[in-house]
Design a protein around this ligand. Sequence first.
Ligand SMILES: Nc1ncnc2c1ncn2[C@@H]1O[C@H](COP(=O)(O)OP(=O)(O)OP(=O)(O)O)[C@@H](O)[C@H]1O
Length: 306
Amino acid sequence: MSVIELDGLRKSYGDVTALRGVDLTVERGEVFGFLGPNGAGKSTTINIMLDFASPTAGGVRVLGEDPQSDSVPVRRRTGSLLEGYGVYGGLTAREHLRHAIETRGADDDPDELIARVDLEGAAGRRAGGFSKGMKQRLALAVALVDEPDLLVLDEPSTGLDPNGARMLRRIVRAERDRGATVFFSSHILEQVEAVADEVGILYDGEIVAEDSVEGLRRELGAGSTLVVELTGPPDRLSGLEDLAGVRDVTFRDGRLEASCDDADAKLRVLNELSAAGLLGEFDVREASLGEVFSKYTTDDDVVTDA
Ligand SMILES: Nc1ncnc2c1ncn2[C@@H]1O[C@H](COP(=O)(O)OP(=O)(O)OP(=O)(O)O)[C@@H](O)[C@H]1O
């Protein structure tokens, strides 16, 4: 079942076109990473999904409902962490949670939620004095209230230190494991790569790619790079680039690097090296999502799926 369906979504603010026809589907139980550079339209999309903004054109369904005509069931079943979450300075972390739990008519234990975001030491402190990262942790705890079916997290790693980033990944996985769907936006590629099942890349108001991390790598032919320490000079080698699925072969400092489309291509290279008596230690370097992302979002090389 689809939890989020966007169909030709368009949004203009006066002369500025933020979304130019976004089509997107997120299935139940999926962790969807919504990637894009600053100003791509990520927050605009999220605001429309939660009915904090209305589309200029196009359709949107969240959890089977149209949030524009009836946002109540959508918001009741969705936990959200949005940009610029404002805390009540006079309330403690625990009081924030109590308030959110009461508003939702839920029965969560506030201290348990506080522990999940590693804020135990600050449970009784007023949030007005919290650091940016602490506020972000509190906002995340609030989003988790009442075991939402859908978690929408807009740039959730903002302000988090490395421990916080790990905590966030742990929570995203745990939420997925209990059956929730997680939709999170980010321009921090490592975050997305670590936990997302599916990735959508938004660029200048359009989805330019939507696939699994693996699929995106394959689609771009980014494949992976085989790195081999050679046991001798490569003079006796030739024609490696003629092997099927092998590209960009380079030799430097006694080391060979070759882009390989798949495991068979790697084996072909290794066999050749072995036959030539040059095979030393080898390693495989996967293309990072960062490389994929920059290929899709560099101005002079934008790939569209239109
Ligand atoms: N309320 C608004 N009024 C006018 N323009 C807006 C408004 N909200 C967004 N925009 C414009 O729409 C475009 C998309 O903005 P949006 O905030 O959705 O991008 P984003 O991908 O979330 O960016 P970031 O990563 O910087 O948060 C930008 O050009 C932005 O200036």
